[in-house]
Design a protein around this ligand. Structure first.
Ligand SMILES: Cc1cc2nc3c(=O)[nH]c(=O)nc-3n(C[C@H](O)[C@H](O)[C@H](O)COP(=O)(O)O)c2cc1C
Length: 214
């Protein structure tokens, strides 16, 4: 039975473009995997606690020697890492905040990037290598090649490097919905058609990626 881990991180619970597109992915995925299981994590509604020094150093301390703070920190880490490791596919909603990702998503990454998920230096074995990741970006502006703000793009560039460092290369796909603020921001009014087209392309990409048949 296939398992999908669906993660959202937009602070907008209404009108969020990343949530709209990740939800569409999951809907298509459910149709393509009628026996599949979906685990859902909303990092904006239920943020994971920021990683603490105790939690971080628990990884390097034998279980029987851990302090109560290390035990508590390790429990959060283990829950999140196990949830990720148990998934076959992962869809992540990642809005652009100040040219990068939401702090709640960064916090999640700080927990799940650990010895349990990192490639083994000696064998090269990467626990996440066989999984498929789909990252849905939503951005108020546009950051594609040739745009004036191309150089400010630290969302996809950052996440791509993170996944690559975990041994995930071809297994990660980025889907962008851009100019999402074109309707709300008069300065972007000329990009309303661009916004619609970008959103339609994002929907069509996730439909295909989720394995929908029609
Ligand atoms: C705190 C914050 C910072 C943002 N920073 C940027 C930014 O640097 N560049 C940009 O293009 N849009 C920025 N935006 C706009 C969002 O990227 C845009 O509204 C996007 O659609 C958010 O995703 P969502 O629709 O899933 O909520 C920002 C929005 C917020 C709330």
């Amino acid at each position: 039975m296939a398992t999908l881990l669906h993660i959202d991180s937009s602070i907008r619970l209404e009108g969020s473009v990343s949530r709209e597109v990740t939800a569409a992915f999951t809907e298509h995925w459910r149709k393509a995997n009628p026996d599949g299981k979906v685990n859902y994590r909303d990092l904006a509604v239920n943020p994971v606690p920021h990683l603490t020094a105790a939690g971080y150093f628990a990884a390097f301390t034998p279980a029987e020697e851990r302090t109560p703070e290390q035990v508590a920190g390790w429990a959060t880490h283990q829950e999140l890492a196990d949830e990720l490791l148990s998934a076959d596919e992962v869809v992540i909603g990642a809005p652009m905040y100040n040219f990068s990702i939401p702090d709640s998503l960064k916090s999640w990454l700080d927990h799940v990037i650990s010895p349990a998920t990192m490639p083994n230096r000696e064998t090269g074995e990467a626990p996440l290598a066989g999984k498929r990741f789909v990252v849905v970006h939503a951005r108020g502006g546009a950051y594609g090649p040739g745009t004036p703000r191309e150089d400010f793009e630290f969302q996809e560039r950052y996440l791509r490097k993170v996944f690559n460092s975990l041994g995930v290369e071809a297994g990660v796909t980025f889907v962008a919905a851009e100019m999402t603020l074109a309707d709300a921001n008069p300065a972007l009014a000329e990009f309303k058609d661009f916004k619609q087209e970008s959103l339609a392309n994002a929907h069509s990409a996730v439909r295909q990626l989720a394995g929908a048949s029609a």
